[in-house]
Design a protein around this ligand. Structure first.
Ligand code: SF4
Length: 481
């Protein structure tokens, strides 16, 4: 390794002022570190940041350090101190960044410390301090990206991959282990979506409740504020954006209890999509389900006690290899007792490469189908009962489609595409993306039916009103349109 004596590779080129955030750059160390610096500078410029040749002209300074020998460490620490004294906003990266504690002991004021060869982590730290600039004249896509969903709702993917090994699933072998997105990136995407008109964020992952496990719940930054990479903290932050926030693919771990108060307080929607898949402990063990040993019925009851308006959606597999009639009936009893609001049910089918294929006791297709039909009939009765309790109430809804006289909308209890809807009669004047307060007049096994009680100001769809389950004020019918 060649040790460079001085900070001779400091970026000198001043870019003319463009209004873009300006980053100062100090590059120390060997040619490998120099190449890292070149990659970082290239990425900064590609994203629209300007490079400042002076400390005082920079919004923040990146110091790419060397930690090869003691003299190099000293030089790196001196360079960090110099940048802090001259500018005050410093991010440290490079070899010495691998010794984050040492850097922070010497210079507690640094904004972030990232390791060598990790341009993504460095860019995430830069984004956290100065969001990536967007230039509508040169960027090919808007900041919120290209979306296939309607303008008023969007999926927000917070991680990729999965650390579990459910025996019926091959996703981990296709998508790899869990990789959580930096929380600052997730929040900036959410903000851009909201700025673009999104009124409902649907948080998704393979296992939303595992968010941050892979990075040990590392602290990230959003708008300069520290925030842990963790589901509860993410839900809190998303809840501050003033739109509906809906959690999908949450497993029934004990820490999920922490988000219930956020739902009860109206910070996020009182809705949990929890794929239980079965209720028999033996089948859950055979499935190797995450949190399979939890007492799910007890947990559901505790959640409802914490947030009575909570709507729970789940999916189940019937006819899993080895499932006995008694175990299936255990599942039916669970569905009855848990009174889940929305449920999907699939007959087990062997996926090529899934470990469950090797399990003994395959259930005959006709028995699978018979169990699926019995399951759905039982759930339809539960669903009808729960929906009937909403008749006579006024619910805040978000309109998905609007015709001249009728609209299709969704309440807090209805996720798009998978749950039921609220059919709104006499809906003249409503448009897709509008909020409305709807007096519920009748229900069936899946949907609600009603008419507008009053119109809502454009940004009036808070999680709070949805959490209350009923909007304030007396319902007043509008004249038919
Ligand atoms: S089914 Fe299991 S293994 Fe597959 S993605 Fe979900 S949690 Fe991971």
């Amino acid at each position: 390794m060649t040790q460079r004596k001085a900070a001779h590779a400091r970026a000198r080129r001043a870019i003319p002022a463009t209004g873009a955030p300006r980053v100062g750059f100090v590059s120390l160390g060997c040619p490998k570190a120099l190449v890292d610096s070149e990659r970082i500078l290239t990425q900064l410029r590609a994203e629209g940041y300007a490079i400042s040749g002076t400390y005082d002209g920079a919004d923040l300074v990146v110091v790419n350090t060397c930690g090869f020998i003691d003299a190099a460490v000293e030089e790196s620490l001196d360079a960090i101190g110099e940048a802090l004294a001259a500018n005050g906003r410093v991010i440290v990266t490079g070899c010495l960044g691998a010794q984050g504690e040492r850097v922070r002991r010497a210079h507690p004021a640094v904004l972030a410390v990232t390791g060598p060869h990790d341009v993504d982590a460095l860019m995430a730290a830069v984004h956290a301090e100065r969001p990536r600039p967007h230039d509508p004249f040169t960027d090919l896509v808007p900041p919120q990206g290209i979306r296939l969903t309607p303008r008023h709702y969007a999926y927000l993917k917070i991680s990729e991959g999965c650390n579990h090994r459910c025996t019926f699933c091959i996703i981990p072998s296709m998508r790899g282990a869990l990789v959580s997105r930096p929380i600052g990136d997730v929040m900036r995407e959410a903000e851009n979506l909201v700025k673009a008109g999104v009124k409902e964020l649907l948080v998704i992952a393979q296992d939303t409740s595992a968010y941050g496990v892979d990075v040990r719940y590392r602290t990230g930054f959003w708008n300069g504020r520290p925030i842990r990479t963790r589901m509860t903290e993410l839900a809190q932050a998303l809840g501050s954006l003033g739109v509906w926030v809906r959690l999908h693919y949450v497993y029934p771990y004990p820490h999920v209890d922490e988000v219930l108060p956020l739902m009860a307080d109206g910070r996020i929607l009182p809705y949990l999509d929890v794929p239980f898949q079965h209720a028999s402990p033996r089948i859950l063990r055979l499935m190797r389900r995450p949190a399979g040993a939890e007492n799910n019925l007890e947990r559901v009851r505790a959640w409802r006690a914490a947030c009575p308006e909570l709507a729970i959606r789940s999916t189940f597999i019937v006819g899993f290899p080895g499932e006995t009639e008694a175990e299936f009936e255990e599942l039916l009893a669970f569905v009855e007792a848990a009174e889940l609001d929305r449920v999907g049910c699939f007959a087990y089918s062997p996926v090529e490469g899934a470990a469950a294929n090797a399990l003994p006791g395959a259930v005959a297709p006709e028995i699978q189908e018979e169990r699926r039909a019995r399951f759905m009939a039982a759930q339809a009765a539960v669903s009808a009962r729960r929906l009937a309790r909403k008749v006579g109430r006024t619910l805040r809804v978000l309109v998905d489609q609007a015709g001249e006289r009728r609209a299709i909308a969704r309440s807090a209890a209805d996720a798009p595409e998978i749950d039921g809807v609220v059919h709104v009669a006499r809906a003249g004047g409503l448009q897709a993306g509008d909020w409305a307060d709807v007096l519920i007049e009748r229900s069936d096994a899946h949907d609600l039916f009603g008419a507008p009680a009053r119109t809502i100001p454009r940004r009036g769809g808070s999680n709070r009103e949805a959490a209350a389950g009923e909007v304030a004020g007396k319902a007043r019918r509008t004249a038919p349109a």
